[in-house]
Design a protein around this ligand. Structure first.
Ligand code: C2O
Ligand code: CU
Ligand code: CU
Length: 538
């Protein structure tokens, strides 16, 4: 036991030692300090002090077009003015490959933007320098099961794992984040909250030929909400600590973009492409423009839509991405346009959300609160020949359905005192039921029926699917104001299922056999068991 302690403590400096005393008085609140984990983390793997030989997964044959090192480690990062916050974060190094493969999103904690090109063969050495198990999941990517960063293949503290895969997905914005799950529940919520998440872009020739805004005219925005204690310390209400958090998911009281408070960005009189990832644990954004102009959607999780789609607003649930076009060509110098998250009613307890939240030591920014995200100020003239292409994509291939395509039904329900379930089941590792086995090459319709009081962003690993039907079959239970912003066109890996809705998706299981996951991407829901494996076999 004593060398476990030593192992964990080696990350702990004087300030963190002092912190330990303070944490004791904040019941139910975990502060992002390894010291706290030492006291609270009985689900952490016991780490040996000898580093084992690195393990290798995925395609074995080089040469590799891209070779990266990605390390997860405790660190500090400037988030709010004043003292830097303790975080867990990814740092990366390019060992071999195009120079633009890695770019920083700024000074704060989010992982670097990884830019890959369709057709590349990539290899990434994952290094765990955290005091607990982790994995790296490539959210949205079509990769072999053992490269997918699933909880069944954890990387232990001070160990490495090398994964290699072919980049086969459409051009689009994807992301990477941890996916560990221990005996006492998941650690996805905690670890990504601590700072372990980053965006990943895939490019291809078809998209490049469109000449969409790039360089300064392409903005990558990672939206997250966080909560801070005293000296800029990130705090997280553990998923097992509070019933409210378990049911609703964790909500912060401050919004961060790329790990910093919302800011003003200067723009010219030209079009911009905003590529937005909702990297929050549980918050759903209702994205709108401050002047009421329509939101022009050009892409979703799985890349560009066939045609741009104007929306009054866009509902963006955790893990989802949206690609927006906004044009300032006719704007007057000095004008400002704000991207906001508009107000919506969040459940039957909507009005009570704030009050309940505060009572539970909770959010000053309840679900459905209105706030500003980003201010774009037109500061200069710039000439740009670009206009929005009428056809963005003509090779969008949704799964091929026939009248005989089988339908597999998944009931989303509330488990008394235990969070949420899928077909009455909660997470049990790679134990799959008969109705969770699919055949390689098959196309199926999966039907999610939400009979709970909460929206559930349902995510399927390893593929992109099409949303083929959305029906209200019951009362919306106070969440209907998000309905007008759902973008069901295009390809997705995460679909929001509102209370009282039945949503059907079409998916095809190609190339890879083995275990994959499907789950709610409200991270506190998944960590508390609203997650299952499915198995692809031939
Ligand atoms: Cu974003 Cu199971 O993953
Ligand atoms: Cu995923
Ligand atoms: Cu959920």
């Amino acid at each position: 036991m004593s060398d476990v302690k030593e192992h964990r403590l080696k990350h702990v400096d004087q300030k963190r030692r002092r912190l330990l005393g303070r944490i004791g008085s904040l019941a139910g609140i975990s502060i992002l300090s390894p010291t706290f984990l030492l006291a609270a983390g009985k689900n952490q793997a016991i780490a040996g002090s000898n580093r084992r030989a690195p393990s290798y997964r995925g395609v074995g044959q080089g040469p590799f077009d891209v070779d990266l090192r990605l390390r997860a480690q405790p660190d500090t990062a400037p988030i709010l003015p004043g003292t830097p916050s303790e975080v867990w974060r990814y740092t990366a190094a390019l060992i071999h490959g195009p120079q633009n493969t890695l770019t920083s999103l700024g000074e704060s904690y989010p992982g670097p933007l990884i830019r890959l090109h369709r057709g590349q063969r990539a290899r990434v050495r994952l290094e765990n320098r955290l005091p607990e198990d982790t994995t790296v999941h490539w959210h949205g990517l079509h990769v072999p099961s053992d490269v997918d960063g699933q909880p069944r293949l954890p990387i232990k503290p001070d160990e490495d794992m090398t994964v290699a895969f072919d980049v086969v997905d459409r051009a689009g914005l994807y992301w990477y984040h941890p996916h560990p799950h221990g005996r006492d529940g998941g650690r996805v919520g905690f670890q990504s909250y601590a700072g372990l998440a980053g965006p990943l872009i895939i490019e291809d020739e078809t998209e490049r030929a469109l000449g969409l805004p790039d360089g300064d005219q392409e903005m990558i925005l990672v939206l997250q909400d966080r909560r801070f204690a005293g000296d800029n310390e990130l705090t997280y209400l553990g998923g097992t600590g509070s019933m409210m958090t378990r049911m609703r998911g964790f909500l912060g009281d401050r919004i961060l973009i790329n790990g910093r408070p919302p800011e003003i960005r200067e723009v010219g009189t030209q079009p911009y492409r905003l590529r937005i990832l909702n990297g929050s644990n549980a918050r759903i954004y209702k994205l709108a423009w401050s002047d009421g102009r329509p939101v022009t959607v050009i892409g979703t999780d799985g890349g560009l839509l066939a045609r741009a789609q104007p929306q009054p607003y866009v509902t963006l649930a955790p893990a989802q991405r949206i690609d927006l076009w906004v044009d300032f060509s006719d704007a007057t110098i000095g004008n400002e346009l704000r991207l906001v998250s508009d107000h919506y009613r969040a459940g039957m307890m909507g009005g009570m959300g704030g009050m309940m939240g505060n009572m539970m030591g909770g959010s000053g920014l309840p679900a459905g609160a209105r706030f500003d995200l980003l201010t774009l100020r037109v500061t200069h003239r710039s000439r740009d020949g670009r206009s929005l292409p009428t056809v963005l994509n003509d090779d969008l291939k949704p799964p091929h359905m026939t009248p005989n395509t089988p339908i597999r039904r998944f009931d989303l329900a509330t488990q008394m005192m235990r969070g949420f379930s899928i077909n009455g089941r909660q997470f049990e590792g790679t134990t799959v039921a008969d109705d969770e086995i699919v055949l390689l090459g098959d196309t199926e319709i999966w039907e999610f029926v939400n009979d709970t009081m909460m929206p559930h962003p349902m995510h399927v690993h390893g593929l992109q699917f099409a949303v083929v039907e959305r029906q209200k079959i019951d009362d919306q239970r106070g969440w209907s104001e998000l309905g007008g912003g759902l973008v069901d066109a295009g390809l997705h890996d995460t679909v929001l299922v509102l209370p009282g809705e039945r949503v059907r998706i079409a998916l095809t299981f190609t190339d890879f056999e083995g275990f994959y996951m499907y789950h709610c991407h409200n991270m506190e829901h998944e960590d508390n068991g609203m997650m299952r494996y499915y198995r692809v076999r031939s």
